[in-house]
Design a binder for this molecule. Structure first.
Ligand code: FAD
Length: 398
């Protein structure tokens, strides 16, 4: 079997890459190890509004739209509400969202192989010439786009992706629950505090209706700050327990789904490409290290990877020397944003969150767009210095 482009993994990065690659006339094969695209769900699936517009998706893929958020600090017992006065984003019906994208890819000519995992690249020296699958298929291609998420199955084999024990990794778990006492279905609730919520990271309630919500926490491994060894399930069960600040909301609630997964927080890889290879999405660590948001980035970088593949076909050059233009294009999109976020990741938990709460109190009525930039990981160094003046010259390195 042969293809122009092989895309590994049907998450948002792989589906975006497949849509763009096949719509530009490249023969595209997408290989997904799961028997059903969208499962298992390993995300809370909050995303910003423009994703629905840019990818021309039906509004119903969003289960609930949000106009505001609350943040409660268990450390200082302060709560703040920010109302943007308009919809900013919402929580996706994630399997439906990915299926809608799959349909777009199929309509443009992508061939999809399900229930077969890519196990290794077909190599000629250091040139990736295709993939081998678990079920024994050998598929040749000019370009492989590795969008297999944190597994980074090809990138890892080629030594482009550091071991997960060597980089900062985010880990998250949430329950989707019924009988939740939701206070405002249009508002996200964030909970922070090193001792009472989670040592590093934050907790959330994403309402799905008046009595259903996704309730979870995320934390970070391998940080410079010492963290308690207890695992994420411990902190999550504590978040739902009688000792928790949210107990009054969940005391009668029961879970009907668990979403759990990891995501890289090290910032985009130095080299997310090789000869005949591009990495997109979580496989290239293209997710926000500030809040763990990755869906919007996976879509964008999947699209850019496919655009670079199209250019490579035009130039008939699949060498890493040509494909390195991918990094320039990615950096043009990110600007300083991920550098700022990386710096902020070093701030100890309570100092960080108290400063965030201070900033929100200061700007919520004055200029809530500044807070939105923070939420979207779209702060330049100048923005961050205005928002967090006491981090200037301490954590913000530029
Ligand atoms: C608990 C949690 C909550 C999160 N919440 C949010 C949120 O609210 N909003 C947000 O924007 N981001 C969130 N994220 C991050 C976001 O989910 C990821 O950044 C995003 O899914 C990355 O997309 P991707 O396409 O790169 O990878 P993935 O979504 O991981 O997709 C990779 C695909 O590749 C497949 N695959 C893996 N290995 C192979 C193989 N060998 N062969 C074939 N297929 C393979 C997988 O089955 C999967 O379908 C969260 C993450 C976690 C863990």
């Amino acid at each position: 079997m042969e293809s122009d482009v092989i895309v590994v993994g049907a998450g948002p990065a792989g589906l975006a890459a497949s849509i763009v690659s096949s719509s530009m006339g490249l023969k595209t094969i997408l290989i997904e190890k799961s028997p059903e695209i969208g499962y298992p769900v390993k995300t809370s699936a909050f995303t910003f509004k423009e994703v629905i517009e840019q990818w021309n998706l039906p509004r119903e893929v969003m289960i609930k739209w949000y106009t505001s958020f609350y943040m409660y600090s268990a450390h200082s017992k302060r709560e703040v509400e920010v109302d943007f006065g308009r919809v900013i984003g919402g929580c996706l019906d994630y399997p439906r969202f990915l299926k809608e994208l799959s349909v777009k890819a199929i309509e443009r000519g992508t061939k999809i192989i399900l229930s077969d995992a890519v196990v290794e690249p077909l190599l000629n020296g250091d040139v990736v010439e295709g993939v081998k699958t678990l079920h024994g298929k050998k598929i040749k291609s000019k370009i492989v786009i590795d969008s297999s998420g944190p597994a980074a199955v090809i990138g890892r084999k080629l030594g482009l992706v550091p071991k997960s024990t060597e980089i900062e990794m985010g880990i998250g778990i949430e329950y989707e629950m019924h009988n939740v006492k939701v206070r405002n279905p249009k508002a996200i609730d964030f909970y922070v505090g090193r001792k009472d919520v989670v040592p590093i990271g934050y907790g959330w309630i994403f309402p799905l209706s008046n009595n259903r919500a996704r309730i979870g926490i995320c934390t970070v491994y391998n940080t410079p700050e010492e963290i308690d060894e207890k695992n994420i399930e411990y902190w999550h069960s504590r978040f739902l327990s009688e000792d928790s600040v949210i107990y009054h909301r969940v005391k009668n609630a029961q879970p009907y789904a668990i979403h759990k997964g990891v995501y890289p927080l090290c910032g985009m890889l130095e080299k997310p490409y090789g000869n005949g290879l591009l990495l997109a999405g979580d496989s290239a660590a293209q997710a926000s290290m500030l809040v763990g948001e990755g869906i919007r980035y996976a879509l964008e970088f999947g699209k850019i990877a496919a655009e670079v593949a199209v250019e490579a076909f035009k130039e008939k050059d699949f060498s890493e020397d040509f494909l390195k233009i991918y990094v320039r294009k990615c950096k043009a999109l990110l600007g300083e944003y991920f550098d700022v976020a990386t710096d902020l990741l070093d701030v100890p938990t309570d100092e960080y969150w108290e400063t965030v709460v201070d900033a929100i109190i200061r700007y919520k009525d004055l200029d809530s767009e500044k807070i939105l930039k923070y939420l979207r990981t779209e702060m330049t160094y100048n923005d961050a210095k205005k928002l967090f003046p006491n981090f200037r010259n301490r954590y913000l390195r530029r």
